[in-house]
Write a new protein. Structure first.
Length: 360
């Protein structure tokens, strides 16, 4: 599959927003391995350490540190670079932070998306765009049935709502300016990837389950669990990233056929409660315990969320490779390697990518 993806991306110009973030850094590394020329557009990473720095991200791309809300700078960057592909990952991605900064979350996730679409609309060339939202865009009834792509969008918390709003913006631009019926005039293909609850090495964000677990395990501290019964579609970060790249390749081949939304998630059996994920991490690490601290006045977070991935399976030929236990084990192995031999972590990361794509 590495050779297949190289046929699409080698020598191509890729505009990647959010390249300094967790998922963005992994995608940047893959694109560099595939031979793409990448212009990254994002804010300076705030976590210390951060995966972008660990992977020596400045050596993998042209990096522009700027804000999505700066529409003039964003537009100039896109028009000067003249990308063949756009992957839009930049976002304010945290539910709990969105309660603290709701207006900023809407500005970044919704208006920022509109700003990027404005810039793409002014390109006078063919361009294939994959906009990344989240599994949380669905109006969550917390039912057992997995959500599929034509279910109602919505969002209780500001983060989820901002991403649902972003999807409405994307759909409006796709209908108004990038309609597939007039593709020969505009030559823009716009698809959406919906995924979330990804885990993998190099995530040091606050208020995320696996980073919180790893911080505790590495210090021989008890793991604190806030929402023990919350069920999420957990998956290794390489799963959706491969899906995004495959979707971009499909757009390149048949832009009219794939300008739609696609769910990327694990098999339904791997939508697990938080406590089971903690158990898997403890087993993979070889030690550890957790305690439950359910605070009465916590911000609302959905208790149950599952995704229907049949559309990606049947139309893209994508399918998950790792079950939850494997995803946790591979993630823990990355952090152990980083703690034991940080100077070897770039090569270790490359091996994880090659091993995954060889089996894709």
């Amino acid at each position: 599959m590495i050779d297949e993806l190289k046929r699409t991306y080698a020598g191509k110009k890729v505009f990647l927003t959010g390249h300094t973030g967790f998922k963005g850094s992994w995608l940047l590394k893959i694109l560099h391995m595939l031979g793409a020329e990448v212009l990254g557009y994002a804010l300076t990473p705030t976590e210390q350490p951060n995966l972008y720095g660990v992977l020596q991200g400045d050596s993998l791309c042209h990096s522009l540190i700027a804000d999505l809300r700066d529409s003039a700078t964003l537009k100039k960057a896109v028009l000067n670079f003249q990308p063949d592909f756009v992957f839009h990952l930049a976002a304010q991605p945290l539910v709990r932070l969105s309660y603290q900064k709701p207006a900023e979350t809407f500005e970044i996730n919704t208006i920022g998306t509109a700003n990027l679409l404005d810039a793409v609309a002014q390109l006078n060339k063919r361009c294939n765009c994959v906009f990344i939202t989240t599994d949380k865009v669905y109006h969550n009834y917390e039912w057992e049935r997995p959500y599929h792509e034509n279910d109602r969008l919505g969002g209780y918390d500001p983060y989820s709502a901002s991403k649902a709003c972003a999807e409405l913006v994307i759909d409006s631009y796709r209908n108004s300016f990038f309609n597939i019926k007039s593709y020969q005039q505009h030559q823009k293909a716009i698809a959406v990837g919906r995924a979330g609850n990804v885990i993998g090495g190099g995530d040091w964000s606050e208020d995320r389950l696996i980073p919180d677990i790893i911080r505790a395990l590495s210090k021989n501290e008890q793991i604190e669990i806030r929402n023990p019964n919350s069920v999420r579609p957990w998956q290794h970060v390489l799963e959706p990233l491969y899906g995004y790249l495959l979707l971009g390749a499909k757009l390149y081949e048949q832009p009219k056929a794939f300008s739609e939304a696609y769910n990327f998630g694990p098999d339904v059996a791997d939508a697990l409660p938080v406590t089971q994920m903690a158990d898997l991490a403890i087993n993979a690490w070889g030690s550890g315990t957790y305690f439950i601290n359910q605070q009465a006045n916590q911000p609302h977070e959905a208790g149950l969320l599952k995704l229907d991935i049949n559309k990606a399976l049947t139309e893209l030929g994508w399918q998950p490779k790792y079950n939850a236990a494997e995803a946790v084990r591979i993630t823990c192995n990355w952090y152990k390697a980083y703690l034991d031999q940080p100077e070897e972590i770039v090569a270790f990361t490359e091996r994880q990518i090659i091993r995954f794509l060889d089996n894709a």
